[in-house]
Design a protein around this ligand. Structure first.
Ligand code: NAP
Length: 260
């Protein structure tokens, strides 16, 4: 197993991509800490990994936009496991759409504070012990919107571009200390976030849900959405010893939509 004796802290682990990463890491033997705001969802995933793979798990309520909440989640996990995580997956995120002229302070602030600030806070909480141990993995779930722009998503794209800047700079700082820092950049993934996007297109354009889905599918040369499991498979490689040479990268999982 690729992740035996590893402890992974996964933000936004209650559903979608984060849940798929929790299951994939547990299948490789890692103990799992699932962190998000919705208690019922994180409890469910924490039970799933125990029941399916017999690993240890903990569900911690955590709002990554709030520094105290992140510190309290780390204190809870240290109490249970006696140490900090070997792997931090910064996956928690939100995506709202708006024309730039309608993007107010609140919309801007929540994207920067959750998507980018959350990545900063959880990395900051987990990194010192990784440095002490001389081994660690930071995996940031960014987006192809971290590499390109698109109409209606200026706040989201700015936050994800920020995640890539953080990833690349930190990767160089800790490269000689047994730690890698990488980002995964998915295209449209089959999750609730994309379902909400489809509802939004239906509401704003009058297209049917099927037409809206087909429109998103056509953005990929493979003419399909990515599955959460495909993103999780790359996260397993990055978290493993086999992935130790991959550092400071922003790897697309998008069927070839973005070619850089
Ligand atoms: P999702 O199904 O909406 O799940 C988002 C997760 O993030 C939930 O567990 C949510 O839980 C958590 N979260 C949101 N705000 C949080 C906060 N303040 N504190 C803690 N947890 C928070 O979305 P997804 O598609 O799995 O997306 C996961 C990541 O992939 C995001 O960073 C997203 O930007 C990125 N991504 C998604 C797509 C896509 O097409 N779906 C494409 C590219 C990148 P609570 O609400 O319970 O806190």
């Amino acid at each position: 197993m690729l992740l035996e004796n590893r402890l992974a802290f996964i933000t936004g682990g209650g559903r979608g991509i984060g849940r798929a990463i929790a299951l994939a890491f547990a299948a490789e033997g890692a103990s799992i800490v699932v962190a998000a705001r919705t208690r019922a969802e994180i409890d469910k995933v924490a039970s799933e990994v125990v029941n399916q793979f017999g690993v240890e798990s903990l569900a911690v309520e955590c709002d990554v936009a709030n520094a105290e909440s992140v510190l309290s989640a780390f204190s809870d996990l240290k109490e249970k496991f006696g140490r900090g995580p070997d792997i931090v997956v910064n996956n928690a995120g939100i995506a709202e759409t708006a024309l730039f002229v309608n993007t107010d302070e609140a919309l801007w602030e929540c994207h920067l504070n959750i998507n980018l600030g959350g990545t900063f806070r959880c990395t900051h909480a987990g990194l010192p012990e990784m440095i002490e141990r001389g081994w660690g993995r930071i995996i940031n779930i960014a987006s192809i919107a971290g590499k390109t722009g698109a109409p209606y998503v200026s706040a989201y794209a700015a936050s994800k571009h920020g995640v890539l800047g953080l990833t690349r700079s930190l990767a160089l700082e800790v490269a000689a200390q047994g730690i890698t820092v990488n980002a995964i950049c998915p295209g449209y993934v089959e999750t609730e976030m994309t379902s909400r996007g489809i509802e939004n297109i239906v509401e704003k354009t009058g297209k049917s849900a099927d037409e809206a889905l087909k429109m998103l599918e056509r953005m990929s040369p493979q003419n399909r959405l990515v599955t959460p499991e495909e993103v999780a498979a790359l996260a397993v490689l990055l978290a493993s010893e086999d992935g130790r040479g991959i550092n400071g990268q922003a790897i697309n999982v998008d069927g070839g939509t973005v070619l850089f």
